[in-house]
Each structure stands twice: as structure tokens, then as C-alpha cells.
Ligand binder design. Structure first.
Ligand SMILES: C[S@@+](CC[C@H](N)C(=O)[O-])C[C@H]1O[C@@H](n2cnc3c(N)ncnc32)[C@H](O)[C@@H]1O
Length: 474
């Protein structure tokens, strides 16, 4: 069912409105689409740009690591010099994709005397100068930047750090909602749009353009800033109608200033440990200052600090510590943010948690490793490999009682995964983890006991860590 436009067997593009206001075109279901089913799988990205510093690591064509890419486009000098890299799939682009790209709109802000228009004029001049491109058309560059800004997806690493942008004219027709009925994920150059609720025939399909775990003020701020529109979604309208304006403003302020502090904390190339220490201080300061109930692990801005702490510790190979952050997200934040156990974000985060656990297990096996000091995992005598097995079984069965390998394989086929790579990874991991635990004698006789003990211990670790962070006795 892979297609290169949003007019497909299941979807069509037509005029759309949201809460009584026209919002241009949108994507609609042509048939009932049950929850967890594909809405659309798109290939033929028109533009995929990865920022310069990532180029050695990641291909902007398939977003895979270590492959490099090709540059073969009309006016290639422009884009290469300006935004570093551009990859047309197979060096070509389908005519229907190109036509759709040309029909995309962009806000007036890019016209005339706006700061953006001036910036683009300046960039064009620089590119003409340095790239020796005398015949470059400044109107074309303005259009390109305008379309990119208004219609592209932000490509992020698995940890949510920005890596670049991706523009697919078909995907660009999906409108945004802060309470979406579909989600998307990238996998090997394809974009998978999946229903996260049952979608009825003729219903409009909405995806989230931004992280919707933030409060209304921050969401609206970000949509205005990045995409230049005031959100008309039902959730935004409801929240602005019913919540206390003072409370809305206050929450937004704390979230936005914390995000700036996070950027500040990770910016200057310090060690992961130092950054994690700064982030812990931020939690303590927040818990001291904030007189509202957001200083719990389930909400922003603490969920954002948590994700950065996890990454910072992992950068220093402190996996036993980063796995604790992943556990807090898995057991506290995600269930609160995404009520549905099968939500794609919960699955993606769960698999990340598994990787932190697997690395933690490796480190614990290494005798004399300097990082093998007394972390909560050592103190509580948790075997990370066993907990990884529990999480994998939760992902596959929805519980932790997984039985035998053959069963697991069968079940894997029924589970809907956000994308094929995630499925493949979980599938191969559960096989070898199960085998290793069998050899270690942890499966099957004492399995129930191990599950009970590990669940209890992980709960204690999570509780203790959260308390320690608030007091900063980390
Ligand atoms: C990526 S485009 C989506 C397709 C677009 N409606 C079109 O006609 O091509 C983003 C634009 O759609 C509109 N839009 C999308 N979601 C919206 C929302 N929740 N509220 C208001 N406008 C929205 C805004 O004009 C925004 O700049």
C-alpha cells in the first residue's frame, strides 16, 4: 500500500475546515480505518535535509546511519551550499510529487519586508556569491524556504533531538490537531501514518506537528513560531475556554523557560555527567519554586528534562543510570501521557528502555569497569536483562507472562508496530534475550517469582529516584 501522494485507496485530499474555519486542504478517510491500521505509507520524499553536523552519521535519504547520500537535483548548488544536503530519492522525483510540491502554499510572512523574507534574500545572495550561481532566481529560493518552513516535518533522533527536516508534498496535506487521530513515524525513507483511533469514512485525519504533551500556551506558541498559524483544534479551543487564563500563562512560562534552560545546559559540550547534574539541579529548583502540581514526573517540563538526562547519561555510557530515567518514563510519564497501551510513542519509548537495559546488563557483566559503582540497580540487585525481557513481553503480549519462543513469534504477527524496523528489532531481541535467560536458569521455574521481585524493585527505584532528585541527593 505504498504510495507517493495522499490521494490513495484509503485517503483523499479535499478542502477542510476546523471548528467552523477553513484551513485550506486536508486529508480525509475514504473508508472506515480501524485503529492501528495504516492510513498511508508514503515514499518519494521530495526534500530531506539533515543538518551539517549530522552528515557524517546519518544519510538524509534514508535517515540511516553511516551510508552517505547522493546529490542530484536541479539547482543543486543552491541547496547544497545553503542547507548543506539534499537527496532526491534515486536521484529523481515522480512527476505527481513534483506537481504537488509546486502547489503547496506558504504564509504571507515570507513575502515582502518580513524578517524571514530579508533573511532569505541575504542567504540567496550569499549562495550566489559563494556557489558561483549567477542565474539563481531569488523568488525560487524564497518559495523553497517558505514551503519548507510551513510544510516540513522535523526529523529527530530517537531521543527527540533535531536532526533536520523532511518534506513530502503528500504528507504536507495532513492538518494538525493537539488531539490527533493518527500518528506518524519514519522508517528507511518511508513515512508511515497510522490510525491511533478508529477513523470513520469522511472523517478528517489529523496528525500532531509538535510534542502535544505540553500545555496549551506552549503548544500554541510553538505552532505560531514554527508553522505560523493559530491552532483551531478542539483541544486548544476547549482548554482556552475552560481553563483559568492566569494558570495557562504560568504553566506556559515555566515550560518555555525550562526548555531554554535545557538548551543552555546541553549546549557547551560538557560531559554527559555534568549535563545530567545540571538537569537534576533544574528539577530541584523547579520543585522548590513551582507552587503548582506540575512538579511530578508525568508532566512537562519534567518529561523533557527526563529525556535529556537519559541521553546525557547514555552519552557517558552510564547506562545503569540512564536506564533508571527510561524506567521513570516507561512507568510514570508515558502511561499518564498516552493512556492507550498500544500507543506508538509508548512502544518506541519502551524499545529505547530495552536498549538502555541491555547496555546496563553488559556493563554489569564487565568486571572492574569503573562505571560499575553503586547505582540503584546494584543496590537493589536488579538484573537488567531480565527486566528487558519483561518490557519486551509487555510490548508483545501486553503483559509479562510470555511463554515460549514459538508463541512469541506467533503473537508478534498480531501486534501492530509503528513501523517495520521497530517490529524487527523487538522480534530479534526477544528471541536472544529469552534464550540467554533460559541458559542462565532464570526462565522458567522461578519466572513468576523473578517477575514479582523485579517489578517491586523497579517500583522502589523509581520512587526513590524521584524523591532524591527533588531533594537533589543524587
Ligand atoms: C502542512 S499545511 C497542512 C495542509 C494545508 N491545510 C494545505 O491546504 O495545504 C499547514 C497549514 O495548514 C493549516 N492548519 C493545519 N492545522 C491547523 C490547525 N490545527 N488550525 C489552524 N490551521 C491549521 C495552517 O494554515 C498551516 O499553515
Amino acid at each position: 500500500m505504498v504510495t507517493s501522494t495522499a490521494n490513495s485507496v484509503r485517503t483523499e485530499v479535499r478542502p477542510a475546515e476546523q471548528n467552523g474555519i477553513s484551513i485550506g486542504l486536508g486529508v480525509f478517510a475514504k473508508t472506515n480505518i480501524p485503529k492501528n491500521n495504516d492510513v498511508l505509507v508514503l515514499d518519494q520524499a521530495a526534500i530531506a535535509l539533515v543538518e551539517e553536523k549530522q552528515l557524517q552519521n546519518i544519510c538524509s535519504g534514508c535517515y540511516d546511519v553511516g551510508k552517505g547520500g547522493s546529490i542530484d537535483i536541479r539547482r543543486s548548488g543552491l541547496v547544497k551550499a545553503c542547507v548543506q544536503f539534499l537527496c532526491w530519492k534515486n536521484g529523481k522525483i515522480a512527476k505527481e510529487v513534483w506537481d504537488e510540491f509546486n502547489s503547496l502554499t506558504f504564509p504571507d510572512i515570507y513575502e515582502g519586508e518580513s524578517q524571514e523574507a530579508k533573511d532569505h534574500a541575504l542567504m540567496t545572495k550569499a549562495v550566489m556569491e559563494y556557489g558561483n550561481l549567477k542565474d539563481l532566481d531569488p523568488n525560487w529560493t524564497k518559495e523553497l524556504f517558505g514551503k519548507l518552513n510551513a510544510n516540513s516535518f522535523t526529523l529527530t533522533s530517537a531521543y527527540g533531538r533535531r536532526r533536520g527536516v523532511y518534506l513530502h508534498p503528500g504528507a504536507a496535506r495532513f492538518n494538525h490537531s493537539c488531539d490527533p487521530n493518527a500518528s506518524y513515524s519514519f522508517d528507511k525513507g518511508k513515512l508511515y501514518v497510522r490510525a491511533i483511533r478508529d477513523i470513520a469514512k469522511d472523517e478528517q485525519i489529523f496528525i500532531p506537528y509538535i510534542d502535544i504533551t505540553y500545555s496549551v500556551d506552549t503548544r500554541r506558541h510553538e505552532l505560531k513560531d514554527r508553522y505560523r498559524f493559530g491552532c483551531r483544534c478542539t483541544r486548544c479551543l476547549h482548554e482556552t475556554d475552560t481553563m483559568n487564563p492566569e494558570e495557562i500563562r504560568k504553566r506556559g512560562k515555566i515550560e518555555q523557560s525550562t526548555n531554554s534552560e535545557i538548551d543552555e545546559a546541553i549546549k557547551n559540550g560538557d560531559s554527559g555527567f555534568t549535563v545530567a547534574w545540571r538537569l537534576t539541579n533544574m528539577i530541584r529548583n523547579l520543585s522548590e519554586k513551582a507552587d503548582w502540581d506540575a512538579v511530578n514526573m508525568q508532566q512537562q517540563p519534567l518529561a523533557a528534562i527526563r529525556a535529556e538526562m537519559m541521553l546525557s547519561k547514555a552519552q557517558d555510557e552510564l547506562y545503569k543510570m540512564s536506564a533508571v530515567d527510561a524506567a521513570i518514563r516507561h512507568l510514570r510519564t508515558d502511561p499518564a501521557q498516552y493512556a492507550d497501551e498500544g500507543h506508538p510513542m509508548r512502544r518506541e519509548h519502551a524499545l529505547e528502555f530495552v536498549y538502555h537495559l541491555l547496555y546496563a546488563d553488559k556493563i554489569m557483566e564487565m568486571q572492574g569497569d569503573p562505571k560499575n559503582f553503586d547505582t540503584p540497580f546494584d543496590i537493589h540487585e536488579i538484573r537488567p536483562l531480565f527486566y528487558a525481557w519483561m518490557v519486551l513481553n509487555w510490548m508483545i503480549y501486553g503483559n509479562v507472562q510470555g511463554e515460549i519462543l514459538a508463541d512469541t513469534r506467533e503473537k508478534m504477527n498480531e501486534v501492530v508496530w509503528p513501523n517495520p524496523t521497530l517490529k524487527g528489532k523487538a522480534e530479534s531481541d526477544v528471541a536472544w534475550v529469552t534464550e540467554d535467560l533460559c541458559h542462565a536458569g532464570m526462565l522458567w521455574e522461578n519466572k513468576a517469582k523473578h517477575i514479582e521481585v523485579h517489578s517491586k524493585k523497579m517500583e522502589e527505584i523509581v520512587k526513590e529516584t524521584i524523591e532524591q532528585e527533588k531533594r537533589n541527593t543524587w
